[in-house]
Structures are given as structure tokens and as C-alpha cells.
Write a protein that binds this ligand. Structure first.
Ligand code: GN1
Ligand code: MG
Length: 362
């Protein structure tokens, strides 16, 4: 988080004086809530992590295209309470601000009276997330995926993520290799099955769609009063992908009964009622378009995405915490352990989860 916001940045977007406070719990950008008191309007200001998003112009174009498509299609009568993010341009009409001294900045409209939770606490919340992400998927189904650039190439490519891990092991930059031996064993014993799953995707056995690719629970905003889904946010990684990535990552965060970085792994459980609720309402939205092969791969996708995240946190730990924001030395390690615990729980419940999917998608 930047200690002081450059005045030049504020001036580029806002005419009126504003109050600015840090906001949210994202791991990548620095986010602030900006209030223009005179107008009584709120905005979201973000310092874009350019180390992670190398092509800011391409990313902002993607977001522009996706948000325009969504707002055109959102039938206000059917979904009166659903809100699409809007980019607020700079005062001279650019989609983001850039100066080499200050970096990349952008502003969004603020989704009023809404909350993003790091952890789901009820089946209703899980159902609302299913509705939001399902709707997101369904509304974008007729959009031409080739219009969008890959904002982060190979984002959910297991072969790529495993290579990065292998490389981090070899270099052992932060000298932490001894601390992770058991965790590496965990990856090793699942390497083949994870690669096999990715191979099916690579071979085109499931359709290429426009997907969100970062469907963790706090990327759905719920109405503060009604707790109904209000908006899908964090569109930086909206790009071509597979539905399995979105389903899997949503399950990873929604069915975990604890936080993503829970230090006491014994306290973590996988909430089957949340799985049912999410899957049911997700299907209600995407049901017509989902293919039999996608259905077959859904349960494994939850394991797959949890493994992708575990491997990424582990790689970052070995590289010395250079990618994700961390609040203490063991933070990435806690995240890895929590992900791996969740994988074990999914493995234990796999047959039951498969049965639930079959029943819902019949
Ligand atoms: C990052 O920005 P945020 O916190 O929503 C990451 C996701 C991970 C997530 C894990 C661009 O998302 O891929 O799933 O952390 N985003 C990027 O919490 O790497
Ligand atoms: Mg994100």
C-alpha cells in the first residue's frame, strides 16, 4: 500500500477535493475508496500492479469490452438489482492514468451498499455467488473470445505452474527449500493427475469461453442489507478460458469453512451444503450451455484450481514473497498448507460431490 497518494493522480481523475481511504483485501493491487463530499459520490481508485499485469492497455480494453457487453445484455427487468462495473476515465478521457514517476492508476464507479466477504458463512451466500458467476458466464457466452487478449498468459496452465515451481526449487532464492519438503511431496504425488486434467483442456475437449478466472468469493459483492448478489468485480483476468477454471476457483474459496490463509489447518472443513447451493444456482444460469465433458470434469476442477493456487503460493514462498502481498514471513506458507488441506478434503468427498453434480445437472 502506498503511504502517500500522488496529488497528480487524484488531479487526473477528480476536479473536486476528495477523501481517500484504503479499501478491500486484494493480493495484487492497492485499492482506495475515494469520496467526493460535495457530490456525495464514491469511487474506487486502484494503483495497478504492473509487474503482474504487463499489458495494462490490453487489460483495460478487455474490461471495457466485457463491461459494455454485460451492461447491454443485463435485462434490467429480470435483474434490477445487478450492477455492472464502469471504468471512470481520466478528466482528459483516457481509460487509465500513467506517468513513469507514479505508475498506472485507474478508477471505477463504486458499488454502493455492498460487501465482499473473504469467507462464505451460509448456503444462501454460496447460492448468490453461484448466481452471480453463472450469470456472468451466461451473459458473455455470445461474445467473441478472440476480441480479448490474454492479460496473464498461461494463468491456469498446470504445466507452466509446475515448471515455475521446479525452477523456484532449483534456484532456492530465499533459502527456504528445507521448510517445504513435505509440501513438495504432496505436489509430486499429484503431478500426473493434474497434468492429465490440463491435457484434456489443452486438447480442446471443453469449449473455450470468456471466463472471469479469479472467481474467489470476495469477487462477488453482496447487497449489504438483502445479501443478494449485486456485482461481479475484479475483471482484470476476464479473458479466454474454460468454465472449469471459474467453477473450480469459486468452490475453492466458497466451500472452505475458514480463510484462505487459515494457519490451523485442522480447523478447515469443506462445506458440502455450500457446494450444493453454489452448484445449483450456477447451473440455473449456465445449464443450457454446459457440455457433458464439462460436467464430468467439474468436481476435479475444484481440486485442480486449489492445486494451481497452492503451487503459486508455494512458488512465491520459495522466491521470497515477490508476487502476492504478505503480512508476515509464513503467510504464503500458511496459504499453501490451507490449500493442500482443502485438496485432501475434496479427495475424501469426491464420490459424494460427483453424485451431487450428477443429480443437479441431470
Ligand atoms: C489474486 O487480486 P486477487 O486478490 O483477487 C490472484 C488470483 C488468486 C488470488 C488468491 C492476478 O487475486 O489468481 O487466486 O489472489 N490474482 C492474480 O487469493 O494473480
Ligand atoms: Mg484479482
Amino acid at each position: 500500500m502506498k503511504d502517500r497518494l500522488p496529488y497528480q493522480v487524484i488531479k487526473a481523475f477528480f476536479k473536486e477535493p476528495s477523501t481517500i481511504v484504503p479499501f478491500g483485501s486484494g493480493h495484487i493491487h492497492d485499492t482506495y475508496k475515494v469520496t467526493q463530499k460535495a457530490k456525495g459520490e464514491n469511487y474506487l481508485l486502484q494503483y495497478i500492479n504492473h509487474k503482474v499485469f504487463k499489458d495494462v492497455t490490453g487489460m483495460m480494453q478487455n474490461i471495457q469490452l466485457v463491461t459494455e457487453h454485460l451492461s447491454q445484455k443485463l435485462d434490467v427487468l429480470t435483474y434490477p438489482s445487478f450492477f455492472t462495473l464502469k471504468i471512470v476515465p481520466t478528466l482528459d478521457g483516457k481509460p487509465f492514468f500513467y506517468k513513469s514517476a507514479y505508475g498506472y492508476w485507474r478508477v471505477y464507479t463504486f458499488v454502493e451498499n455492498s460487501i465482499g466477504y473473504d469467507r462464505a458463512t451460509s448456503a444462501q451466500q454460496a447460492a448468490e455467488a453461484g448466481k452471480a458467476f453463472g450469470l456472468f458466464q451466461a451473459l458473455l457466452a455470445d461474445m467473441d473470445a478472440s476480441q480479448l487478449v490474454a492479460t496473464i498468459p498461461n494463468f491456469h496452465n498446470m504445466v507452466f505452474r509446475l515448471q515455475n515451481l521446479d525452477n523456484a526449487i532449483k534456484l532456492n532464492k530465499a533459502g527456504r527449500l528445507n521448510e517445504v519438503k513435505g509440501l513438495l511431496q504432496f505436489v509430486e504425488s499429484r503431478r500426473q493427475s493434474m497434468r492429465a486434467f490440463y491435457k484434456e483442456i489443452e486438447q480442446g475437449k471443453v469449449p473455450n469461453r470468456i471466463t472471469h478466472n479469479d472467481t474467489k468469493f470476495n469477487n462477488v459483492l453482496l447487497d449489504a442489507e438483502t445479501q443478494k448478489a449485486k456485482a461481479v468485480v475484479d475483471l482484470d483476468t476476464a479473458m479466454p478460458g474454460t468454465l472449469l477454471y471459474d467453477f473450480g476457483d469459486a468452490i475453492r474459496t466458497i466451500c472452505n469453512t475458514r480463510e484462505e490463509d487459515e494457519p490451523i489447518v485442522e480447523s478447515i472443513d469443506f462445506a458440502i451444503p455450500f457446494f450444493k447451493a453454489f452448484t445449483k444456482s450456477y447451473f440455473k444460469e449456465v445449464g443450457q450451455t454446459i457440455t457433458p465433458k464439462e460436467k464430468e470434469m467439474l468436481v476435479f476442477s475444484a481440486k485442480y484450481m486449489t492445486m494451481i493456487m497452492g503451487i503459486r503460493f508455494l512458488t512465491d514462498f520459495l522466491e521470497g514473497d515477490v508476487y502476492y502481498k504478505t503480512h508476515h514471513k509464513q503467510h504464503n506458507l500458511n496459504r499453501v498448507r490451507a490449500q493442500f488441506k482443502l485438496i485432501e478434503l475434496i479427495e475424501e468427498k469426491e464420490v459424494e460431490l460427483q453424485r451431487i453434480v450428477e443429480k443437479i445437472c441431470r
